[in-house]
Write a protein that binds this ligand. Sequence first.
Ligand code: G1P
Ligand code: ZN
Length: 543
Amino acid sequence: MTVHTHPTTPFDDQRPGTSGLRKAVTVFRQPNYLENFIQSVFDCVPELAGGLLVVGGDGRYYNVTAIQTLLKIAAANGVARAVVGRGGILSTPAASHLIRRRGAAGGFVLSASHNPGGPDGDFGIKFNGANGGPAPEALTEGFYARSRGIDRYHLLAAPDLDLRHDGEIRLGGMTVEIVDPVADYAALMDGIFDMPAIRRLFADGFRMVFDAMHAVTGPYAVAILEHRLGAAPGTVINRVPLEDFGGHHPDPNLVHAAELVARLSGPDAPDFGAASDGDGDRNMILGREFYVSPSDSLAVLAANAGHVPHFAGGLKGIARSMPTSQAADRVAAALGIPCYETPTGWKFFGSLLDAGRISLCGEESFGTGSDHVREKDGLWAVLMWLNVLAGRRLSVAGIVREHWRRFGRTFYGRHDYEAVETAGANALIAELRALLQQLPGCTLGGRRVLAADDFAYVDPVDGSRSERQGVRIVFEDGARIVYRLSGTGTAGATLRVYLERHRSDPADHDTEATVALAELAATAAELAGITRHTGRTVPDVVT
Ligand code: G1P
Ligand code: ZN
């Protein structure tokens, strides 16, 4: 087997977004496209030569093809050992754990998360560093800069490997170790949660449905929930990973997990429902006829963390992304621990987790996690809810309603306008930015503006600064409107509008969130001129 150095020419669109490089499969299939990006990473991370590399993906279309190419480039760039999930499968959190446990120099996670898959769907590739977390911005900007000047890549001329069986294979000077994708992750969960208490909960007749959405968590959820914890056979639905996720969006929200939502209503509904996304890092939590907003989920888990053995010593701190509701801040204040507000994207939590400043973190976009890995973790969140339910022996709704009585309810909603024209979306944000200075003191929709800014963040650990992370308008009554453009969409631009409002009186808590936020939504649409800039009168998705 020989190493070939192939001449190539750069593409100009390989800047990684919020979670790696994410494009349509058709874009990735252009000659040299994947090779250029992977080689750019190897050129920027010299520690990979002679080191250990973790590789796996969410099983979507193009996953195994891309892994074969990746392994040949890794071998040609001098990687000593590649640890690959059997069949090319690793959920994002399982990959993060494997990088940490095996002391890897880094890892590649092949996934476009919750975006649809298949030949006409999306694909993605993300590099995580030795801490198991997404590469920091300085590094991803380095990949991009390198990709713009690349003129060659190295590739080992070798036949494709059979990745279907555990064991070791030589590939040039590199050893490829194929491992069970679930085993290490399941062992990690055993060490975090009170598994005997959860087992007793199921033994006492507790029923749940977990929707794997034909994505990567199927095998993990079957092994942990059904085999280890004794949940009834059939608890995990849509459990077989499919290359196109059965034609659905593997995105756990009220729109895309409609089958699960339907199962949680009616007289015979189970006690608990949950779903995860394409690569297993997101979660949605449901009770019987009850939806837990992700912002509330973070706050409730923080307030109840004492039931979980891993957190027996108390929480060090909490972090939430800026657009996530301030419900967690109230819990942190009551616990006397810090609450950090970071820009959107999991990489900002990594530095706080590495420094031991926080134990729990979360985003409004169905992401929750802790210091056990450096990614958000869908199944972990489900197990944490199960541990809390086993400890409290209350219903999901009972726990959340009690939480609201204690801390007040923060009504929350996110409105997404998808695939809008990029020019219009950029103009909308630019006009808002130009307005910022004039807003404080103005009255909008009956509320006085207290402050308005374009969120900037200074990492308290390493001092790095991130600018222009979202336009934020805070009112005197604590309500907020936030506008930002997505960093993960693959068609046009996606405008996200985040709304929140706090009510302490329990008499107000039963209002529907959309009703409680209707006025604020109208104010947000008018202030930004959403219809004028995008031509849209209603959002595509409300969560
Ligand atoms: C979205 C979410 C964000 C999350 C990211 C990756 O990014 O909003 O919270 O970290 O996906 O899962 P966005 O498209 O908003 O940039
Ligand atoms: Zn994901």
